[in-house]
Design a protein around this ligand. Structure first.
Ligand code: PSU
Ligand code: MN
Length: 306
């Protein structure tokens, strides 16, 4: 049978030689950041992963073809795409069947990574339970995906626009391990502090790889979420970011924003309110996550070879 995806030559070579690969999502490029910083971020993150000894694989659907790994020209074209769909588990196959172009969220990127045999994925922050979910029922499909698909997702936690307490409660219910990397308190995306204790703390990529190996030995499936805080000199303190989040949430309610549009709207509004500071921080945290994801991918291979 024909494979349902196409792999870039660089990713194909890495996978067939058993070298470490790190998956990257595309929604952050088309819906999470403005041009041209989105391209700069995407290129920079790919380079960081190569420098750390792994191969980056940016994932996206272009005209119905699921791509695992992009050439630089494809990456640049993607960063300029205005009308890409935002794909999750529900509509990934729709984009393939209808020959549409769509970016993969955390959920859809996990599905594609698992299909291609990629064990580690770096992003900014996962989706989660939105504030007011008790009436809106807006809970990201990312959480369900973490529960079922065996990929390690390296993040700065869940985005602080969410109800973080409810988000981590749902992950606990679904049996998703949440690992605070080097910290006793989970980070809150732009800042280091969420007020929520890390359910598990690990301090090195090797410890994360060993934990993953033990999960596999126990036949425990599903993903795991690594919450990697920004270095303290790069964070935005919770009071400052909190005031922008409150304004953005009020604006989104006034404008009647819901569903898939909610997260992109809020990120854009916070970017405007912070005069670009939230974006600079977002880029820094993705870079930090990419570095750690590459280290984890390398550590997993070292265990496999041991
Ligand atoms: N991380 C970022 N920026 C983003 C995202 C993650 O730094 O834009 C995206 C991811 O694709 C994630 C999505 O899956 O936000 C969450 O969307 P929603 O809340 O609609 O599930
Ligand atoms: Mn949603």
């Amino acid at each position: 049978m024909r494979l349902p995806f196409t792999t870039s030559p660089a990713v194909e070579a890495a996978l067939s030689e058993g070298r470490p690969v790190v998956a990257l999502e595309s929604t952050i490029i088309t819906h999470g950041m403005p041009w041209p910083q989105n391209l700069e971020m995407a290129r920079g993150v790919e380079q960081l992963i190569r420098d750390a000894g792994a191969e980056p694989a940016t994932i996206v659907v272009i005209d119905g073809t699921l791509h695992i790994g992009l050439t630089d020209a494809e990456l640049e074209a993607l960063a300029q795409t205005r009308d890409a769909l935002k794909l999750s588990r529900a509509d990934l196959a729709y984009a393939v069947a209808a020959k549409r172009t769509g970016s993969t969220t955390v959920a859809a990127t996990m599905i594609a990574a698992a299909l291609a045999g990629i064990e580690v994925f770096a992003t900014g922050g996962v989706g989660g339970v939105h504030r007011g979910a008790e009436t809106s029922f807006d809970i990201s499909a990312d959480l369900e995906e973490l529960a079922r698909t065996p990929v390690i997702v390296v993040s700065a936690g869940a985005k602080a626009i969410l109800d973080l307490k409810k988000t981590f409660e749902v992950l606990e219910t679904k049996g998703v391990p949440v690992v605070g990397f080097g910290v006793d308190e989970l980070p809150a995306f732009w800042s280091r502090s969420s007020g929520i204790a890390s359910p598990i703390r690990l301090d090195s990529a090797a410890e994360i790889a060993a934990f993953q190996q033990a999960r596999e030995a126990l036949a425990i499936d599903g993903g795991m979420l690594i919450a990697n805080p920004l270095p303290s000199d790069l964070e935005i303190d919770t009071a400052t970011i909190g005031s922008w989040i409150d304004v953005a949430l009020a604006d989104s309610e006034r404008d009647g924003i819901s569903g898939k549009a909610a997260t992109p709207y809020l990120l854009k509004r916070i970017f405007e309110l912070s005069e670009g500071r939230s974006l600079a921080t977002n880029i820094n945290l993705v870079r930090s996550n990419a570095r750690l994801a590459a280290e984890i991918a390398v550590a997993l291979k070292a265990l496999d070879d041991a």
